[in-house]
Design a protein around this ligand. Sequence first.
Ligand SMILES: Cc1cc2nc3c(=O)[nH]c(=O)nc-3n(C[C@H](O)[C@H](O)[C@H](O)COP(=O)(O)OP(=O)(O)OC[C@H]3O[C@@H](n4cnc5c(N)ncnc54)[C@H](O)[C@@H]3O)c2cc1C
Ligand SMILES: NC(=O)c1ccc[n+]([C@@H]2O[C@H](COP(=O)([O-])OP(=O)(O)OC[C@H]3O[C@@H](n4cnc5c(N)ncnc54)[C@H](OP(=O)(O)O)[C@@H]3O)[C@@H](O)[C@H]2O)c1
Length: 278
Amino acid sequence: MTEANLMTDAAEKRAAAKPHLPDAQTVTSVTHWTDRLFSFRVTRPQSLRFRSGEFVMIGLLDDRGKPLLRAYSIASPSWDEELEFYSIKVPDGPLTSRLQHIAVGDEIILRPKPVGTLVLDALLPGKRLWFLATGTGIAPFASLMRDPETYEKFDQVIMMHTCREVAELEYGRQLVEGLADDPLIGEMVGDKLVYYPTTTREPFHHMGRVTDNLSSGKVFADLGIPPMDPATDRAMVCGSLAFNIDVKAILEGFGLREGANSEPQEFVVEKAFVGDGI
Ligand SMILES: Cc1cc2nc3c(=O)[nH]c(=O)nc-3n(C[C@H](O)[C@H](O)[C@H](O)COP(=O)(O)OP(=O)(O)OC[C@H]3O[C@@H](n4cnc5c(N)ncnc54)[C@H](O)[C@@H]3O)c2cc1C
Ligand SMILES: NC(=O)c1ccc[n+]([C@@H]2O[C@H](COP(=O)([O-])OP(=O)(O)OC[C@H]3O[C@@H](n4cnc5c(N)ncnc54)[C@H](OP(=O)(O)O)[C@@H]3O)[C@@H](O)[C@H]2O)c1
């Protein structure tokens, strides 16, 4: 047997030794951003169609061989050949304590039934679109920021992302900064996308909670734009339950109404996770 044959044989044995997952997709890349955050890409089922901003259930098998699934926003746009996800690492989290160890070539379970409210169809036509996120809540907007339809429908798109620390902004920063040179949508994005990242617990050039920067008018002053107006502004919100509740009240204060797939209005909301604390 040649050396090449031996290597193929070993790879086949390794693959056969792995349990075959239902709805399996293969990991194609993994990037660790901090000790709490990572992103990864997987193969895309050929039949999977989704609208940018939607989420799917993904997971692994648990110790008893049962699927352990969690909701995950698809962070890649609907035209991408692969699927990207941006994930928290919860130290004792049933799924993410394992998921954080995936490597290229591993399989994950992906149930191909996308759903969600953070879709462009759930908003009435407008001029400015606000993406308001904390933490991993940027994931659905990582998809929408890369979707040509976003820029066809809106003249200006403002991405407000807030994290505790600067390093937690890095995934979003690299994504936004790479868009201008993106061969597929760079031209469409042009200068329409405005990025407004802030931190709350580490010094940064812009600081403060999304809620405070909206209610004080700081973000409008910093960007030199008029305050939100229901005639022109639309918004999508994704963060913790507390964040969503507080932002909703502020948007309603500007006169915007919450919509849904079935009844488009001026803003939509989705939880970035369920629960009150790690
Ligand atoms: C609609 C929807 C979309 C989601 N999309 C994403 C996504 O794109 N990326 C992602 O990382 N998670 C996302 N989540 C959360 C995800 O479903 C899981 O909760 C997460 O992967 C942790 O799983 P776990 O089993 O390790 O811990 P769990 O038992 O699910 O969670 C344990 C605790 O960790 C905290 N927690 C869970 N997820 C997060 C988070 N993302 N950020 C901060 N704290 C968290 C909560 O307090 C929770 O009670 C989404 C949740 C929903 C409802
Ligand atoms: N990020 C970390 O370094 C870290 C480390 C260990 C454990 N954890 C735990 O992990 C969980 C999730 O942490 P996370 O940092 O991803 O999410 P988070 O605690 O919800 O905070 C994310 C960002 O959202 C802001 N925020 C929180 N509630 C808000 C509200 N109601 N309105 C407006 N802004 C709001 C926070 O500002 P403030 O800073 O002002 O709250 C922070 O900048 C938390 O339970 C936390 O205790 C986090």
